[in-house]
Design a protein around this ligand. Structure first.
Ligand code: BGC
Length: 454
């Protein structure tokens, strides 16, 4: 009998009896809540988010050796991910062009990430020039009057943390992970801290861990490894807390932010005990529940809503029509409103929407999407929810993980010949929203959501 066959009846039993419980919210006292809201972050942040692996070229001479390698390189070498190439949209060498484009759009904040493997290509061997270049990027942003928001990890690990023979001991769970992560954070934060106040230690650790250990798509590509999944959540939360402490040590007024993946889940079919729904809510909150108290801002990425249940989970990605993105994601601005309300009730801290955007070739659809989601944020603020910022994903069409270059999220795109950043009409639409300080109309679905209870 295959080793894990006995788990199937157990899983079925858990499903039927509803063993999967709704994650209980942490207990927060009213004075704690009041204290959190006094954190000073200035005016509303209008931002754009990007990431190193999806944007940066490797600055290679033709035929030269790769200056660093990540776990995602290994995945591509194994033929399990689309080829990224070594140039992407050239943000390593064309950063000034990015800054000029951001300036045209008029954003106040820019979130980007550091590539750990670039900084530390071998354990303990740091590339000082790479660190200096990242510091320079933050200075260029400041010179353009744009606040840098620096993410220390956005999905990719150095290859030396990935043990292909032993995926269970890779990345977050590598025996050296805690030590090397803290050394890395201790190395980069003091260099950045004079220019950077906003630090996000990790991007969507909850989403990455689910994709890496449950559905087997991302390195270390394990499927239904529930125990390893839970261990990775614990390890990554511990490492987040280590980073938060290091950041505060180097800059007392630093703003530490989470960046969590929080789709809105609602009840679906064939889920009589709500096991699927509760399981999804656990995926949303299990990691955040372990780190919320060391965050000054609860940042989260919102893209879509989905019904929880065995059937709908299988259907993700197969929907087509005006209410779905090119990737088959349900477009639901009311879900964003409800998520803000839920996160506020759960943690009582200032929030930021650290990513929101749409993969579409239809730029008018992008305009509508942005307008309606910004409206949800605006309405939430009017209703007293402390949202301090909104970031569009993303500046340019870029490398979209398993979709390669097929899914286009950009407000602009790179001209492959000149490397010019060519902005789409939606970029100017966003500019006008920023200038006006918001949108004019609130969609009826968002207004209706205000009346709903959760
Ligand atoms: C990630 C980005 C990604 C975007 C769109 C977020 O999950 O942080 O890296 O490109 O969603 O899928």
């Amino acid at each position: 009998m295959p080793r894990h066959l006995h788990l199937i009846p157990l899983a079925a039993l858990a499903f039927l009896t509803g063993c999967v419980t709704y994650p209980r919210a942490p207990k927060i006292t009213p004075p704690e809540r009041a204290k959190a809201s006094r954190i000073e972050t200035g005016d509303f942040a209008w931002g754009i988010s990007t990431s190193s692996w999806q944007y940066e070229n490797r600055a290679l001479k033709p035929g030269g050796k790769l200056p660093f390698r990540t776990d995602w390189d290994i995945l591509m070498e194994q033929g399990k991910a689309p080829t990224r190439g070594n140039t992407v949209v050239m943000s390593w060498s064309e950063f000034d062009k990015d800054v000029a484009a951001l300036k045209k759009i008029g954003v106040t904040h820019y979130r980007f990430s550091l590539e750990w493997a670039r900084i530390e290509p071998q354990p303990g061997r740091y590339d000082e020039a790479a660190i200096a270049r990242y510091v320079e990027m933050t200075r260029r942003l400041q010179a353009a009057d744009i606040e840098p928001v620096v993410c220390l990890w956005h999905f990719t690990f150095p290859d030396w943390l990935y043990d292909t023979q032993n995926p269970k001991k890779s990345n977050w769970l590598h025996p050296e992970a805690d030590t090397r992560w803290q050394a890395y954070v201790n190395k980069v934060v003091p260099r950045l801290a004079p220019h950077v106040r906003y630090f996000a230690p990790q991007n969507e650790p909850n989403g990455q861990i689910a994709t890496a250990y449950l559905n087997g798509q991302w390195p270390p590509a394990m499927t239904a490894a529930f125990g390893t999944y839970a261990a990775a959540v614990r390890a990554s939360a511990r490492q987040f807390r280590q980073a938060a402490a290091i950041i505060k040590r180097h800059r007392a007024d630093a703003i530490v932010m989470s960046v969590q993946a929080l789709p809105w889940w609602s009840d679906g079919w064939l889920d009589p005990t709500r096991a699927a729904y509760n399981g999804m809510m656990r995926m949303n909150f299990d990691h955040l529940d372990r780190i919320w108290d060391v965050c000054d801002i609860i940042g989260f990425n919102y893209y879509y809503s989905q019904k929880a249940g065995p059937i709908s989970a299988l259907g993700l990605g197969s929907h087509r029509g005006p209410n779905f993105t090119e990737m088959g994601w349900d477009i639901d601005p009311a879900g964003l409103y409800k998520q803000i309300r839920l996160v506020d009730r759960r943690y009582g801290k200032p929030m930021m929407i650290t990513e929101n955007g749409i993969a579409t070739a239809d730029d008018d659809q992008r305009k509508r999407y942005l307008e309606e989601h910004i409206a949800a944020v605006q309405q939430a603020r009017l209703d007293g929810h402390d949202v301090r910022g909104y970031f569009v994903w993303s500046l340019l069409d870029n490398y979209e993980w398993h979709y390669g270059y097929d899914a286009t999220f950009g407000l602009g795109k790179m001209n492959p010949r000149t490397h010019a950043r060519e902005l789409k009409p939606s970029a100017f639409y966003y500019r006008d929203i920023i200038r006006r300080g918001g949108v004019r109309d609130i969609p009826s679905a968002v207004l209706k959501a205000r009346g709903g209870k959760r």
